[in-house]
Design a binder for this molecule. Structure first.
Ligand code: 5AD
Length: 342
């Protein structure tokens, strides 16, 4: 235990540690180690971003999904969910709401649905033309290269596609047959090749996950160097095949955020909704552990309930977030919040 400071010094200085050191930090529940880790990551985040957080206006565009991920509430076989897709006018209104709130990134997220996504290309072009100062982030799952390209040409800047787990064996246990880690990583490479800023990440504490898996996740993130890293605890959704597994651990998620901040100081790391759902102070603690992004919901209230990735999913209201930020002495950055290498 006495050597943990040396470990943290080394991680901070080299942005890296041997496997044994990383594994120790991922699993260490000693409060003194956790606090030291969080403190270093938070000062690292402050060095790069100041005491300012980037906001992303999240619009959950559609919960129609062709995919059947075993953990996800909007999976195709969940018949108990009313399905919706926002129409053009509603989506434009949401974009307007995001922009008028002073937020300069719009995130359009939806289930994996290539044919519906095709109809979105034109709307993305329209949004990009109407609000040229606003970054557009998409999160629409695995799509054909041609469609990624069409979105890029329509003016989208960033794409979030979590890898979910870096172990192909584990990946196969969380996803239906035919979905592979290999294809997921190929999509990520394609997105990068097209010039998107790319976001990756994993669920923490998903069923069957081992400590070794988390180490593999860290190594994958380290080698890919995504501009954005979204990690959150697994939360069971009662209508899914994995609905009776326990939720992931908040503390482990926070430690991973801190470790990733020290490994990749400039990465854009959100304090995720899943974290805020599992712990009442999850968002605040995420920021104090090195996260620097928050994604308030701009999904129209009537459909919010239907975007049920997991049970009790919280929705981040802008006003609550502002109050919470002020309480820890943080402000909101007026900038678009693109990735910059220092
Ligand atoms: N618990 C936590 N996160 C989930 N996601 C989907 N289902 C769950 C769940 N049950 C996450 C996945 C996906 C993102 C859109 O939501 O990581 O990439």
């Amino acid at each position: 235990m006495i050597q943990y400071r040396q470990l943290l010094d080394r991680l901070q200085e080299h942005r890296d540690l041997p496997d044994a050191g990383l594994s120790f930090l991922v699993s260490c529940t000693d409060p003194a180690v956790q606090e030291d880790l969080a403190e270093r990551s938070r000062s690292e985040a402050r060095r790069v971003f100041g005491r300012e957080v980037y906001l992303r206006g999240l619009v959950e565009w559609s919960n129609v999904c062709c995919c059947d991920c075993l953990y996800c509430g909007i999976r195709a076989s969940n018949a108990s969910l009313p399905r919706y897709t926002l129409d053009r006018e509603t989506l434009l209104r949401c974009a307007e709401n995001v922009y008028s709130a002073g937020i300069r990134t719009l995130v359009i997220q939806g289930g994996e649905n290539p044919s519906a996504a095709r109809s979105l290309v034109e709307i993305v072009a329209e949004i990009s033309g109407s609000w040229p100062l606003m970054a557009i982030t998409l999160s629409l799952g695995e799509l054909p290269f041609s469609l990624y390209k069409a979105f890029r040409e329509a003016g989208a800047h960033r794409y979030l596609l979590r890898h979910e787990t870096a172990s192909s064996g584990h990946y196969a246990r969380l996803h239906p047959a035919g979905k592979t880690l290999e294809r997921r990583l190929e999509c990520l490479r394609e997105l990068r090749r097209l010039g998107f800023q790319v976001g990756m990440g994993m669920m923490v504490g998903s069923p069957f996950q081992t400590e070794e898996n988390l180490l593999e996740d860290l190594r994958l993130l380290q080698s890919f160097q995504p501009e954005m890293i979204g990690i959150g605890p697994f939360i069971p959704q009662s209508d899914t095949p994995l609905g009776s597994y326990p939720a992931g651990d908040v503390e482990t998620t926070l430690r991973l955020i801190s470790i990733l901040r020290l490994m990749m100081p400039e990465a854009l790391i959100p304090a995720t909704t899943a974290l805020a759902t599992l712990a009442p102070d999850g968002r605040r603690r995420g920021l104090l552990s090195g996260a620097n992004v928050i994604m308030p919901s701009f999904t129209p209230a009537p459909v919010r309930e239907a975007y049920r990735l997991y049970d009790n999913k919280s929705h981040e209201e802008l006003d609550t977030i502002k109050t919470e930020l002020a309480s820890i002495g943080y402000g909101i950055s007026p900038s678009r919040g693109d990735y910059h290498k220092c």
